[in-house]
Design a protein around this ligand. Sequence first.
Ligand SMILES: Nc1ncnc2c1ncn2[C@@H]1O[C@H](COP(=O)(O)OP(=O)(O)O)[C@@H](O)[C@H]1O
Ligand SMILES: O=C(O)C1=C[C@@H](OP(=O)(O)O)[C@@H](O)[C@H](O)C1
Ligand SMILES: [Mg+2]
Length: 175
Amino acid sequence: MMGCGKSAHGRQLARELNMMFRDLDQLIADQYNMPVSQIFSERGEAFFRAAERDMLNDLLGLPPAVIALGGGALQDEAQARFIRENSILCFIDAPFDSILERVQRNTRRPMLLDENGKLKSEEEIRKILTELDQKRRPLYESAHVHFVPPVNKRVQLSAKKLISEIDAFLQRTNH
Ligand SMILES: Nc1ncnc2c1ncn2[C@@H]1O[C@H](COP(=O)(O)OP(=O)(O)O)[C@@H](O)[C@H]1O
Ligand SMILES: O=C(O)C1=C[C@@H](OP(=O)(O)O)[C@@H](O)[C@H](O)C1
Ligand SMILES: [Mg+2]
């Protein structure tokens, strides 16, 4: 889900594991030389979703890296399966209220903006996030690692815990 901490955890994970970090949204923004919110407003969501799918398919063919997805990148069951088959997929299941608070800190998330590019009201955002969560949760829960971040801990510490849960997954599955 948007605002759960994918980009922040991904960056920290890559640091800890000494791996490349790639942020899917950032790569798409770089490719089109405009922020994701502008891609949405000028080209529409369907265009962004196609770009997201293409970029992710390219990334999964490159040497291993920590990739922060966008909240909608699983898209459908087939795409989620493709990602699972080519990565260790982690679901960061942050508390709803933390997500609600974090996404209102900036105007980077186009699905939460009105036609003037301003944040929608908290009630509208709550409704959007609730509906997205209901729709997407089954796909999120198909991830290899279902990570519930420790409450009130800094990302650095939370990322260490995520690494130990990834290790446990690898041991469980004899990797
Ligand atoms: N465990 C955490 N503790 C404190 N702040 C966090 C935590 N996880 C994420 N954040 C902050 O919440 C905001 C949104 O996180 P971000 O990683 O951009 O989310 P996403 O990529 O999933 O949309 C960022 O400012 C990030 O630093
Ligand atoms: O949930 C979504 O559909 C989206 C999440 C965003 O990424 P974050 O999850 O990093 O905010 C970004 O890809 C775009 O605004 C759409
Ligand atoms: Mg992000």
